[in-house]
Design a protein around this ligand. Structure first.
Ligand code: PMP
Length: 389
């Protein structure tokens, strides 16, 4: 079997939407799908399938430095977030999260607190996208909080949340901590032996695994009411019923292992490419602003506002580059980015913002092409909008 090189035409710079599959993930998924076996069956074929799931569980656990018994496989981070928040909110108390979370957290939080006035608190961020820690501390002293849920890295800006002070303050107040780490896992190291979060969501397709597979880390020993979303055959220790997606899970495990091995070399390489892209664009087009705390970002993400150049028009003028306007998850709905608005940007600025996200297979050529193409597109759009009628 041959695998197509992910380095690409168009230049693919949308890793935060989804990353190209790593060859190791493709191989593991195809091998698993080529073999018959339900991981719950007790015969040999079933045990082989269960072994693949078990291996993947260990591979994902190794990436996080936790125990394999703390991993619950799900259909992705959306499900992991739903599962975590619903179970934690069941404890009783308030749910604290932030205005810049992914809809998989924000909409879940709104849905489960609906009808319980005062039970949802949304923390604001500053103009750099950083959560207000004082507001968090204040929220923790004013009332009983069941769970604090803050994303490890933002999908639109790449801004990273420093989890340790959040964990410390929350635990002191008796609250559990959940983090949606979908954009961080496989891009930066995390050590769950050191970072004492209780619940963590991840998604395989952001680090080169298949779409439709993710996991929830549930720290051993935490008092979490048993509240599955799906009832049925009791798979995943009752947390997630349904026949295991063996091929998807095997691919997720292989991608986790490949990402873990490559992390130390990928991080500086990707960061250099991102910095080169920013430098080139700022130098070529001017009048633009890079969004998010510059020193607290994922290595492969840049969110740039090109003043006076609506992002939809710019993207249409650069078909040889796959980048994103706002976030892919909200595409289809032409509303401005809630993340940029929460950071104090105007609607016009939010609508003139592009996100480029790089990853393990991004090449220098991808960056050169993207920089040239985006600069040309921005100039074209600005010229068209300022031309006399
Ligand atoms: N959280 C964040 C921060 C994300 O970026 C995404 C995917 N865009 C999700 C959750 C949802 O993940 P999934 O596609 O696995 O449901």
């Amino acid at each position: 079997m041959t695998f197509q090189s992910p380095s690409s035409d168009p230049a693919y710079l949308d890793y935060n939407a989804t990353a190209p599959a790593r060859p190791e993930a493709l191989k593991a998924a195809v091998e698993a799908m080529s073999a018959v076996g339900n991981a719950s069956s007790t015969h040999r074929s079933g045990r082989d399938a269960a072994d693949r799931v078990d291996l993947a569980r260990r591979q994902v656990a190794e990436l996080l430095n936790c125990s394999h018994g703390e991993i619950v496989f799900t259909s992705g981070a959306t499900e992991a977030n739903n599962l975590a928040l619903r179970a934690a909110f069941e404890i009783g108390g308030r749910l604290v999260t932030s205005t810049v979370e992914h809809p998989a957290v924000l909409e879940t939080a709104k849905a489960i607190t609906f009808g319980s006035p005062g039970s949802l608190m949304l923390l604001r961020v500053d103009e750099d996208g950083l959560v207000d820690l004082d507001a968090l501390r204040a929220s923790l002293t004013t009332g009983e909080v069941a769970v604090v849920s803050l994303m490890a890295a933002n999908n639109e800006t790449g801004v990273i949340t420093e989890l340790e002070p959040i964990v410390e303050a929350s635990h002191r107040a008796g609250a559990l901590v959940h983090t949606d780490a979908t954009q961080l896992i496989g891009r930066l190291p995390i050590d769950l032996a050191e970072t004492d979060v209780d619940l963590l969501s991840l998604s395989a397709h952001k680090f080169g695994g298949p779409q439709g597979v993710g996991a929830l880390f549930v720290r051993r020993g935490i008092a979490l009411p048993y509240r599955p979303l799906l009832f049925g055959g009791g798979q995943e220790r009752g947390w997630r019923a349904g026949t295991h997606n063996v091929a998807g899970i095997a691919g997720a495990g292989a991608a986790a292992e490949a990402a873990r091995r490559a992390l130390a070399t990928e991080i500086p390489r990707i960061e250099q490419l991102r910095d080169a892209l920013e430098e080139s664009l700022v130098g070529q087009v001017g009048d633009c602003r890079i969004n998010g705390a510059l020193s607290m970002r994922l290595p492969g993400v840049t969110s740039i506002t090109f003043h006076g150049a609506p992002a939809d028009a710019v993207l249409a003028a650069m078909p040889d580059v796959a980048a994103s306007e706002g976030s892919a998850c909200s595409s289809g709905a032409p509303s401005p980015s809630h993340v940029l608005l929460a950071m104090g940007r105007s609607r016009e600025e939010a609508d003139s913002t592009l996100r480029f996200s790089l990853g393990y297979a991004t090449t220098t050529l991808d960056i050169e092409r993207a920089a040239a193409s985006a600069a040309r597109a921005v100039r074209q759009v600005r010229a068209a909008l300022t031309a006399p009628m």
